[in-house]
Design a protein around this ligand. Structure first.
Ligand code: GLN
Ligand code: ZN
Length: 768
């Protein structure tokens, strides 16, 4: 029979219970015992959901209090000494690595380990950080064994999930001041996996899932070479170990199929057939004679109902070649990246609600697909019919077929992507209109989102104050912000974004084609969850979105006012995109909506306009090659389409929260933004060298101080920073600004830091 399997389940619980519990624990409001109990309760609840849905292969050890890679860091004892020397309890040591720990009374002050994005998702993992003399040690009572037993006691046999040794090391790095190449320690790490697998088997585990997601990357030779020794060893433990499913996701593994021959002793290989259905034949051809295929056909990264007909076709194709006993129906990846359940959504429009499927619903989909293939479609006829009906309704819906939007897209010309004149002409005109001094100072957009702002916004959302009262409040906030900027003597003002809850949601709420959930939370890192808006249809702008606030701000300020928009790629990347049209189509629709907004801002007297694209880099496809070049082309095009409609004297800015552009500098240059503001205070100023090497002609504002901390940088420190930047950038190119928006800061430190920043800029101005 075709079995059903889930690769992982979201951890937070139906009401973000895990977030609440961990945060209460951190705030000393919940005991350690109660926190552990809550974790146990959630695991049990999630296993039961899957069991009740009829899933054959249910994961365990997919739960984590903070992050599953961090779990493995502790599991294998890859713990830098700074976290072990204070004799913290196991869980406190774990959180200290995840989020840092400051306890002045106990003389503890350790920063967190580095955290980075998990492949191309918005989830973040903690980076394994190794020492040159790294010793690995399997923890006592290893978590995967404990949780397997816990499930077993509850009558549920699970398949524990482990991050594989090659990925664990390849995703890691040497600790600061260390020079170890993590993969060099594979030999030392493998015995721990062996030991762990044996312990799992002894506890009763028949199967284990080992994730090696790095197989979807272009691998360097050392990583490729690591698969053979790793899996010939782990694959030859025979009855002493559970049978291994090796899982990959978020891409295809066809470019690495030569490695599959080293994996043929494993029970099965899992591939993501949602992202890359075309890899099916080649992967099947590379399987060993006994080996099974785990077919990931239910999307773990999105919220759309699975198209049963298509998924069943894919599974049937595999069954024809391999037989029913060698095919497993599965989620494409862990369901970690989807919200918990659609049942929590009470306010969704019924039409679109019928198109969605969150984690709980996706679990059922997996079971239904497996049943349809094993026992025949007649056994799940009602579900298949209902699904076909939803698919058809979505395809035929007015929302997904807006003729006016499609027509406008058809009429987009090459010319619409180009500013009227090249940069030298533009900047000359901008100098006339804006009259800025050298080393102009500005900020990135948001000012502190005070408690008062949040209170008023909440009241407004709940209907406790009228629109008019709320608008008055926002106007007052803008007035205050402008007054402060005048006092600070900044050169280009912003209105401060007090009206914005979130830089993507705010725009989504003002565009047609978006839907919002009440409870669609997805873990981003640790206890932090985000609630991405959903692109449900063709996107258009029914009315101006930001003009009122910016126009008002411009009307009361003596200095140029900078309008503030979120770019098409960021709007798309930080939402759940549609899966029925290519993302480039959605980006273009967003771009056209923003283009109108940009032109309207200009008409309203706003002659500096910033279009933020912090998500541009994270959208880069994981592998080199055509997909990446294509992406950069349509991403850049969407930015240009959004911004090119203005006159030469209007200055277009863009902002990025990083400064590593080496891999795709040409695309950054191709945006043709008059001014770029980028993060730089935490990175090496040397990164700016690329702007010199490529003879970048336009203006740049590398952040001169870190906005993530309340610390106030001194004037001297900022001067030193600027001096450093001047090694790479011409004085006439350089803008002076912070790293990013100031919304998470308090006013006190913001004023102090900006005062020092403006003084530093004035100092350089006086020198030339
Ligand atoms: N304009 C936004 C702000 O200042 C930019 C935020 C970001 O880059 N993430 O808040
Ligand atoms: Zn930023």
């Amino acid at each position: 029979m075709v079995q059903s399997s889930v690769l992982g389940f979201p951890r937070m619980g139906v009401n973000r219970d895990l977030k609440k519990a961990t945060e209460a624990y951190w705030a000393d409001k919940l005991s350690q015992e109660d926190l552990l109990k809550e974790g146990k309760r959630l695991r049990l609840e999630h296993w039961k959901i899957q069991k009740d849905a009829g899933i054959d292969i249910i994961p365990s050890n997919d739960f984590a209090f903070y992050d599953h890679v961090l779990d493995h860091i502790q599991l294998f004892g890859v713990i830098p000494e700074r976290y072990t020397k204070n004799n913290l309890s196991q869980i406190d040591q774990y959180f200290a690595m995840g989020r840092g720990l400051q306890k002045p009374d106990k003389n503890i002050d350790v920063p967190a380990l580095e955290m980075v994005k998990w492949f191309d998702s918005n989830y973040h993992y903690v980076k394994p950080t190794l020492q040159d003399s790294q010793v690995f040690k399997l923890s006592e009572n290893p978590k995967p064994v404990v949780e397997f037993k816990e499930a077993k006691e509850a009558g549920i046999t699970t398949r524990p999930v482990l991050l594989g040794p090659v990925s664990f090391l390849a995703l890691g790095k040497a600790d600061r001041d260390q020079s170890i190449l993590p993969l060099d320690s594979l030999d030392k790490l493998l015995p721990l996996y062996e030991d762990l697998l044996k312990q799992l088997k002894a506890a009763g585990a028949e199967y284990v899932q080992i994730d090696e997601p790095i197989l979807v990357f272009d691998l360097k030779q050392d990583a490729k070479d690591a698969f053979k020794p790793a899996y010939e060893k782990l694959g030859s433990l025979g009855d002493a170990a559970p049978k291994i499913t090796l899982a990959t996701y978020f891409g295809d593994i066809v470019h690495n199929t030569d490695l599959l021959k080293h994996l043929q002793k494993l029970h099965s290989i899992h591939v993501d057939l949602v992202r890359n259905p075309e890899q099916l034949d080649e992967v099947i051809a590379a399987l060993g004679p006994q080996q099974s295929l785990s077919a990931g056909v239910v999307d773990g990264r999105n919220i759309w109902k699975t198209n049963f007909q298509k998924a069943i076709e894919v599974v049937e194709t595999a069954v024809q070649k391999l037989g029913k006993d060698r095919v497993i129906v599965a989620t494409s990846s862990s369901l970690l990246h989807t919200p918990h359940t659609l049942a929590s959504e009470k306010k969704l429009d019924a039409e679109v609600a019928d198109w969605f499927s969150f984690a709980v619903e996706k679990v059922s989909e997996v079971a239904i697909i497996a049943k349809a293939v094993t026992e025949g479609p007649a056994t799940v006829r009602d579900q298949l019919d209902a699904n076909a009906k939803s698919m058809k309704a979505r395809a035929d819906s007015k929302r997904t077929n807006v003729a006016a939007v499609k027509e406008r897209q058809q009429n987009v010309t090459e010319e619409m992507h180009n500013r009227k004149a090249p940069f030298p002409t533009r900047i000359a005109e901008q100098e006339k209109t804006l009259k800025l001094p050298k080393f102009p100072t500005t900020t990135i957009g948001s000012f502190p989102q005070t408690k008062e702002i949040r209170i008023q916004r909440n009241k407004h959302t709940k209907g406790e104050i009228t629109d008019e009262e709320y608008e008055k409040f926002i106007e007052k906030e803008i007035q205050d912000t402008i007054k402060i900027q005048e006092e600070l003597d900044l050169d280009v003002f912003v209105h401060g974004e007090p009206e914005r809850n979130d830089m993507v949601q705010y725009f989504g709420e003002r565009l047609d084609g978006y839907a919002f959930t009440q409870n669609g939370w997805v873990q981003s890192y640790g206890s932090r969850c985000v609630r991405p808006p959903i692109v449900v249809g063709d996107i258009s702008r029914p009315a101006p979105m930001t003009v009122k606030e910016s126009k008002y701000a411009a009307s009361i300020s003596k200095r140029p006012m900078k309008g503030m928009l979120t770019g098409p790629i960021t709007c798309l990347r930080w939402s759940f995109p549609r899966n029925d049209v290519h993302q480039s189509v959605q980006a273009q629709q967003l771009a056209l909506a923003l283009r109108d907004e940009v032109i309207d801002l200009e008409k309203a007297g706003v002659f500096v306009i910033q279009v933020d694209e912090p998500a541009l880099r994270e959208g880069l496809p994981l592998r080199q090659g055509k997909e990446r070049t294509d992406y950069l082309k349509w991403a850049v095009d969407s930015f240009r389409l959004a911004t090119a409609g203005v006159e030469n004297g209007t200055q277009v800015h863009s902002h990025f929260c990083y400064s590593e552009f080496q891999d795709f500098f040409y695309a950054i240059a191709a945006l043709d933004a008059d001014v770029l503001s980028i993060e730089n205070s935490k990175s090496d100023a040397k990164l700016l060298k690329v702007f010199v090497d490529e003879a970048y002609p336009r203006h740049i504002g590398p952040g001169v101080y870190d906005i993530h901390s309340p610390r106030v940088p001194s004037e001297q420190e900022i001067k030193d920073r600027i001096q450093e930047m001047l090694k790479y950038l011409k004085p006439e190119q350089l803008w002076i600004d912070p790293d990013c928006g100031l919304k998470t800061r308090q006013w006190k430190e913001t004023k102090a830091a900006l005062t020092n920043m403006v003084n530093a800029a004035k100092y350089f101005r006086s020198q030339t």
